[in-house]
Design a protein around this ligand. Structure first.
Ligand code: NAP
Length: 276
């Protein structure tokens, strides 16, 4: 409580996996946690658990496969707080499945849920983050990254769940680099990370992969970017678990980032509202 006010965090995808562990830990550290998910019983169970332990939390439901629901989520956040000290874009769908799926808006589903929803949510919540500065944005990406083919971003040719997942995760990192630049001097920092390799979570089990690490490992890495004083004033970085690392080369390609940004502004309906 730097200025004597309660600190508020929004963690997306906090009804399962590493997001749930991060939400619990933030609450233990005295944060008020806005627990996002799409499953109300699991979201409310986590809120009750946090409250029973003496913490403060509120559940906010939204399917991030719908841009209208992302906008509604931002409205609900605005109704419940006038400042947001921390936004963790964590919700995601893994690599499982060989059939191409689309979001409510007709976009390739992993691009939509893992990346585009966080892009839109972040812009809608920037005023609240700036009001709380110093504030932080953490984009939970992955070491699984694949360069975006701008001739087929929606993967209508040669679809695979792995390709869809990996391009969405690189898109999050490209967004982080741009965001950091745009937020220079605002007191809001933005960083991305690979939380841990094959944690024992639903997405990993669904992919048929044997887990290699614990959710607590990933939670520690996310919390480092979220709260560690070591990150003060440091922005636009990519971390491999606890260490700063290089992402796929496309993350550092300004022209590729410009193209992704232009497309994202168009698809999210933010064109003309967010800086282009
Ligand atoms: N597990 C790993 O080893 C690993 C490695 C690298 C990166 N990551 C990243 O870490 C983050 C968390 O992954 P996890 O392993 O903890 O996965 P998880 O256990 O499968 O949890 C994913 C969370 O995202 C939510 N979610 C999925 N689709 C959604 C949608 N359309 N709308 C709203 N919420 C949605 C899920 O809600 P439901 O419960 O309702 O589905 C759940 O709360 C992801 O971004 C993932 O890419 C994980």
């Amino acid at each position: 409580m730097a200025d004597g006010k309660e600190r508020t965090a929004l963690a997306t995808g906090a009804t399962d996996g590493v997001g749930r562990v991060v939400a619990r830990e933030l609450a233990k550290q005295g944060w008020r946690v806005l627990v996002h998910g799409r499953d109300r019983p699991r979201g409310e169970a986590l809120v009750h658990e946090i409250e029973r332990a003496g913490g403060s939390a509120t559940f906010l439901a939204a399917d991030l496969g719908s841009l209208a629901e992302v906008r509604h989520l931002a409205d609900e956040v605005r109704k419940s707080t006038d400042r947001l000290d921390l936004l963790i874009n964590n919700a995601g769908i893994g690599t499982a499945g060989s059939g191409r799926q689309t979001s409510t808006d007709g976009h390739e589903l992993r691009f939509a849920v893992n990346y585009l929803s966080g892009f839109l949510l972040t812009y809608l919540l920037l005023p609240l983050l700036k009001a709380a500065a110093p504030a932080r944005i953490v984009n939970v990406a992955s070491a699984g990254q694949q360069a975006i083919d701008f001739s087929d971003v929606m993967l209508t040719r040669n679809y695979s769940g792995v390709a869809a997942y990996c391009q969405s995760k690189l898109a999050q990192i490209m967004f982080t680099v741009d965001l950091a630049d745009e937020l220079k001097g605002s007191g809001v920092i933005a960083n991305a990370l690979h939380p841990s390799t094959y944690m024992n979570t639903t997405m990993v089990r669904r992919a048929g992969v044997s887990p290699m690490s614990k959710v607590e490992d990933g939670a520690e890495a996310i919390l480092q970017l979220a709260v560690s004083p070591k990150l003060e004033g440091r922005s636009g970085l990519y971390f491999n678990v606890l260490n700063e690392a290089r992402a796929n080369a496309q993350a550092y390609d300004a022209e590729a980032r410009r193209r992704l940004r232009a497309l994202s502004l168009e698809l999210s309906g933010l064109k003309g509202q967010a800086p282009s």
